[in-house]
Ligand binder design. Structure first.
Ligand code: GAP
Length: 459
């Protein structure tokens, strides 16, 4: 693993951002748990997305759909038949690999991705490039399709249980609830339904930490439009989403669009652009902007016997709404933001690790310290400030070690401001606020603190 990734994985475990799932049993590949700091960061990330979608845009309605749906949903959606990746087994060590990824490792960056849909092409590439098992040098079996859907069974009588699927993509409940949203709100086309939801995929090779997991979360917008306006809305959401990701990162040059070639397109998409981020393991997909057209509502109409034809009251146009989808990963966002924020700086001859996270995303915004722990009135004053700030702003208490060490600890987890209560506080009711990024300190009146931070947190 690349050193930056190694450092991030280690920081995540050490500081309580992310733990391997079921670690005491040796772990389980492709599953992770978020620890105390990770849960805070993840919630902040989701909150920022939610606000942007629902408050900063008109006509976007949120839902929260169930993980399990009627099994027919996945037949209609095409996932039972088409949601596959190309798989090969090593004949010698029996390890399994994604065949398109093996080929990709031989391609230059600009040659893009190997199409996961064309088994014949992948098989030919493996053969012509003499690609063998990276683990043991063995030969591969024929390339075959492997379905990624995760199955479960429902029911109480053995032998009569029904096979159901965990959501392979979170967005399906949006299509199922489309008519309900239309009937229960003032929505008129064009409008959007958004959701943050879990998805499950039996990935052949989960890896790169949170990047490719078997259980993960997606944030989706499905924008329903008159087909005549599809081009306009596709371009609109593509630009909006890129602007949003640019607002999250420090390194804007690490963002780009990449268009899918025809062979690479998912079965539901007629056109797709990925927003990619340049990670230590290459340019990787962060979010997909998909031209789904009428695929979803037509198929669900056909399989359920419902007619989703919409009549535009103004123009009289009748149509099955077309869909622009923006679909990104919460866990990937978490990982990419840590990669983007991670920095090592030499200060006074020593290295400080710092996370330059956007302040509204940081797990804690403020850390409060008493300058010394053995002077009761300083500790009491610091405690009272901590208690006053905590209900309105994520605040942490720290009185372990000297102030320099406390700064380093907070830098490492991205806390933007540290408040120190010192001897002067007892005289003039001011404290020092130290900034994570500039490391500069300023004196602020205790009475003004809440307002001071609220102003800083305004984006
Ligand atoms: N509804 C469309 C859809 O699911 P996708 O490109 O397969 O499209 C959307 O997934 C996003 O979900 C990706 O851009 C990525 O951020 C995230 N994602 C997909 N597979 C993932 C996995 N195995 N682990 C973590 N995140 C994943």
């Amino acid at each position: 693993m690349d050193t930056t990734m190694q450092k991030i994985v280690s920081l995540c475990k050490r500081k309580g951002f992310v733990y391997p799932n079921s670690e005491i049993y040796g772990g389980i590949q492709g599953f992770y748990d978020y620890g105390p700091l990770g849960a805070e960061l993840q919630n902040n990330i989701k909150r920022v997305w939610w606000k942007w979608m629902t408050q900063l845009h008109d006509d976007v309605y949120p839902i929260n759909g169930a993980i399990i749906t009627h099994p027919k949903v996945w037949e209609a959606s095409g996932h039972v038949q088409n949601f596959t990746d190309p798989l090969v087994d090593c004949k010698k060590c029996h390890k399994r690999f994604r065949a398109d990824h093996l080929v990709e490792e031989f391609l230059t960056e600009d040659a893009g991705t190997a199409s996961q849909n064309r088994l014949d092409q992948i098989a030919a590439e493996l053969k012509s490039r003499h690609i063998v098992c990276p683990e043991c040098g063995g030969e591969f079996t024929e390339v075959r399709k492997f379905n990624l859907m995760v199955e479960t069974s429902l029911g109480v009588v053995e032998g009569e249980k029904m096979t159901a699927y965990l959501k392979g993509e979170a967005c399906q409940t949006i299509y199922l609830d489309y008519q309900n949203v239309l009937n229960s709100t003032n929505a008129k086309i064009p409008f959007g339904i958004c959701q943050i939801g879990k998805a499950f995929r039996n990935e052949i090779t989960p890896g790169h930490f949170l990047f490719r997991q078997r259980e993960f979360e997606q944030w989706d917008l499905q924008w329903f439009t008159n087909p005549k306006e599809m081009d306009k809305w596709y371009e609109y959401w593509k630009a909006e989403r890129m602007m949003w990701y640019q607002s999250l990162v420090n390194h804007k040059d690490r963002l780009r669009f990449r268009q899918h070639d025809q062979n690479e397109l998912a079965h539901y998409a007629k056109k797709a652009f990925d927003i990619e981020y340049e990670t230590p393991f290459g340019w990787k997909e962060w979010e997909g902007i998909h031209w789904r057209g009428d695929w979803d509502l037509s198929r669900h109409g056909q399989y359920s016997g419902n007619d989703f034809t919409y009549t535009d009251q103004k123009t009289g146009d009748k149509f099955i709404p077309w869909i622009v989808e923006t679909s990104g990963g919460v866990d990937r966002t978490f990982l990419f933001l840590l990669i983007d924020a991670y920095d090592e700086e030499v200060v006074d001859g020593k290295t400080r690790v710092v996370l330059h996270l956007r302040p509204d995303l940081a797990p804690y915004k403020v850390a409060v310290f008493p300058l010394v722990s053995n002077k009761e009135d300083i500790v009491e004053k610091a405690k009272s400030i901590y208690r006053a700030l905590k209900p309105s702003i994520a605040t942490i208490w720290d009185d372990i070690g000297n102030v320099g060490k406390r700064y380093r600890r907070q830098d490492e987890v991205g806390t933007p401001w540290c408040v120190t209560v010192d001897y002067q506080t007892l005289q003039d009711d001011t404290i020092t606020v130290r900034d994570r990024d500039t490391m500069k300190q300023e004196r602020v009146k205790v009475l003004d603190l809440e307002y001071f931070f609220a102003e800083k947190l305004k984006i």
